[in-house]
Design a protein around this ligand. Sequence first.
Ligand code: F6P
Length: 358
Amino acid sequence: MLRIGMLTSGGDCQALNAAMRGVVKTIYNNCKDEVEFYGFEDGYKGLIYSKFRMLTGEDFSGILTRGGTILGTSRVPFKTIREPDERGLDKVAAMKQNYYKLQLDCLVMLGGNGSTKTANLLSKESLNIITLPKTIDNDLWGTDMTFGFQSAVDIATTAIDQIHTTASSHGRVFIVEIMGHKVGWLPLNAGMAGGADIILLPEIPYDIDKVVDKIEERDARGSRFTIIVVAEGAISQDDAKLSKKEYKDKLSNYKFPSVSYEVADAIQKKTGREVRVTVPGHVQRGGEPCPYDRVFASRLGAEAGKLILKKEFGYMVGYRNREMVKVPLEEVAGKLKMVDPKSDIIKEAKLLGISFGD
Ligand code: F6P
């Protein structure tokens, strides 16, 4: 008998279901023993509070194309995991107890950066863990790609495409705010795919005067409009110089709903141009996975299934240099894969005339 637990943790994304289906199909098709799958509800909460259900083949039928997660998800921040809950429950002890009570042979965790830190902790506590890299942010260290990312790029690009036509009709400056608080892979890729003129990323602090220069350069050339993609976590060069505390203080008195509105306000004041802001928000995480993500997540799931059958645990399945790889959890946990301002893609974008406001 093989008993496998599964949970999806953190912000959802497309292809979570496809990845779980990949694990289950691989195990069903290649395991000679009887197998039982247990799905924990709403991420680590399900494991902590023993909220689970037994899953059958039927649960996984027809879900390759379905967005969201059939298990539900939630955020249980890593920094609180060692703290007792409001009733004094030791969360780590509870997770271990529930794992052993169900006599699990392993736990498959589909999650991003914070969730992988918790997975690493559980692995160090001697639970058998395999993780799969999910997030629209593509910021997990140890893998060139995460599932969900390409689907989100498609949606964000469509948003920018739609804005293009109305921006050109009205001759306006348009800002499209794209998800990514700490890391800018999604705004960078969607911005390039959508033909943005300016892209502001968390990794490249901007100078508002350089942004204005680019708009004026386009005006002088007779371009009627400018498209600016702003990452949720874009930061000005002045703000980047502030200490953590000073920046926190600034945000506590912040009069704008987000950085995009601050950029819009500054441009309006400096140029007198009409500026509009569009925020696609969680639309970027919603809906069905694109074909790339369906294939990619299925492949990751199959590789995870293979590791389980070989009883190799303590790894995240990743994709590096066009190959599927297993990366030790302790190597992945706590590291972010950022956009390198000196990387080829940034240099190429600059050759294409895209300004990063630096
Ligand atoms: O899951 C990643 C992400 O979508 C980020 O891109 C975004 O900044 C954040 O989650 C939004 O979080 P929440 O869904 O909790 O509002």
